[in-house]
Design a binder for this molecule. Structure first.
Ligand code: PMP
Ligand code: GLN
Length: 482
């Protein structure tokens, strides 16, 4: 037995090295097993299989560090505690009727081929509708077959764009706070993220009314300029931004455009909330700025545009030369998306495009009629309970400073030690008041998480009854602190 352990200890480093390469492992096992001693053979077999178990089936290096995911964590928390969930962003009430009815019609369509595979890069009727819509919005002719790609949600399009363009050694500038999947996707592609945070303007907090707006979060132009260099391949922009709700202004986009052009970099513009912008803010598509079409890939989402997040269809558009790389990734991963959903989405677009410019068009009514009152209501009840909301100019999330509550009454010590305070506060709120938000530090790099610790993100595309419930929960919270 002692003999066995000594041999095993001697062989272990050799086996570990060999296990990184299956051929040398096999060679090692074969050679070593030829020795006559039984204990040597046993030791070799045991050590080799332990080494294989350790290394052969471990997570590939490119995924290391991406194991944690906020959506997995917080959906699990909601399942366990059944709080009022204002965390994950999705509407908990209907979408436009014609969207779901349109899907039902597709299922009863005599054209049975609508249930079979469709064109890989996007169902023809859908890419035609998308090309028509964005040709009008950008005032240029977009080719539906070479300049538009449909994939599995905006996630799929972001993945295709990042994996299709970022090479090992490339740097990708990510503006913070950022939608969390950008960072792992850049890592998986072998790129290096370079983070540039939006920061609250110094004078904002001191304003007389004390009200904060997402417009107060700005880039430091010098910091942004310094982030660009010879290795910069791409910048990822998200306007309207999740989680802040910031809508980038023309001068801000012009600076990004100037830097992309002077450094020959691409812009990946995530515009999934393009139709949720509150006046006087205005959504500007960076692809439409002078010189930017040729270097911009823009991403959209059916889940956001039509309030059907479960449909998981998204699209990307841009010049054919750039889109080709996305098509290659797409055809080698998903190849094609669901035909009936794409057909129904195409019909939904056609319907809304026929209403374009009128107040009934969902692209107008969603922000003006549906979301704005919900946003204002949430801002009011968050303020009443003692938090300081940041009024978003777009999207359907609101971050609020929770540290203005009486912190002596909030004992974070039992919850997620070692995590940023906002993360711990989300757990505290779920455990004590059954209300769930999302910690904004999840949208920051490790080096900048501190910038988010005072905030919590709530989603307001929720049924009014649920917003009222949130209000009464927060009233109780306030009372419990008196
Ligand atoms: N980008 C942003 C900014 C988002 O908030 C989301 C969440 N939906 C996505 C991309 C992913 O969208 P989809 O559900 O269409 O994949
Ligand atoms: N975009 C949504 C949010 O930010 C949902 C994200 C997700 O489910 N992965 O909440």
């Amino acid at each position: 037995m002692k003999d066995f352990r000594i041999i095993q200890a001697m062989l272990a480093p050799l086996a570990r090295r060999a296990a990184t390469d299956l051929t040398s492992l096999t060679r090692f096992v074969t050679a070593a097993s030829r020795r006559p001693s039984h204990s040597v053979r046993r030791a070799v077999a045991t050590t080799a299989s332990a080494a294989m178990a350790d290394d052969k089936f471990s997570l590939p290096e490119r995924y290391k560090g991406t194991e944690k995911n906020i959506w997995v964590e917080f959906i699990q928390l909601a399942l366990e505690h059944k709080p009022l969930n204002l965390g994950q962003g999705f509407p908990d009430y209907g979408c436009p009727k014609h969207v779901t009815e349109g899907l039902a019609e597709v299922m009863h369509d005599p054209n049975l081929l609508l249930n079979q595979y469709t064109r890989g890069y996007g169902h023809p009727r859908l890419v035609n509708a998308l090309a028509k819509l964005y040709s009008g919005l950008l005032d240029r002719t977009i080719d539906p077959f070479t300049e538009v790609l449909v994939s599995q949600g905006a996630y799929g399009c972001l993945y295709n764009a990042i994996l299709g363009h970022v090479k090992p050694g490339d740097e990708v500038i990510i503006i913070e706070p950022f939608f969390d999947c950008y960072q792992p996707m850049v890592k998986i592609a072998g790129g290096t993220p370079v983070f540039v945070p939006l920061r609250p303007r110094q004078d904002a907090a001191a304003r007389a009314d004390g009200a904060l707006s997402s417009a107060d979060w700005v880039l430091d132009p010098a910091e942004l300029r310094a982030a660009f260099g010879p290795r910069t391949k791409m910048i990822i922009l998200n306007t309207p931004n999740n989680p802040l709700g910031k809508v980038f202004t023309r001068p801000e986009l012009e600076l990004i455009a100037e830097l992309c052009q002077s450094h020959n970099a691409l812009c990946l513009s995530d515009e999934v909330y393009e139709w949720m912008v509150f006046k006087p803010a205005e959504h500007i598509r960076i692809a439409g700025l002078p010189g930017m079409w040729d270097r911009t890939i823009t991403v959209g989402s059916a889940g956001k545009t039509f309030s059907v997040t479960g449909w998981k269809l998204g699209w990307a558009y841009g010049p054919a030369k750039l889109m080709h790389n996305l098509q290659v990734v797409h055809q080698n991963t998903l190849y094609t998306c669901s035909t009936p959903l794409q057909e129904a989405l195409a019909r939904s677009f056609e319907h809304e495009m026929s209403l374009m410019g009128s107040p009934e068009c969902y692209f107008t009514s969603l922000a003006n009629d549906e979301l704005r009152p919900k946003r204002d209501y949430m801002a009011q009840f968050l303020t009443d309970c003692g938090m300081k909301p940041v009024i978003p100019e777009g999207g359907y999330f609101m971050v609020a400073d929770w540290t203005s509550l009486d912190k002596s009454k909030i004992d974070l010590s039992p919850y997620t030690p070692g995590k940023p305070d906002d993360h711990r506060f989300v757990y505290w709120l779920v455990h004590h008041h059954k209300l769930q938000g999302i910690p904004p530090s999840s949208f920051y790099s490790a080096e900048h998480k501190k910038l988010a610790e005072h905030y919590i993100r709530f989603c307001f595309i929720k049924d009014d009854k649920n917003l009222e419930k949130a209000e009464s929960i927060l009233k109780e919270l306030k009372k419990s602190m008196e």
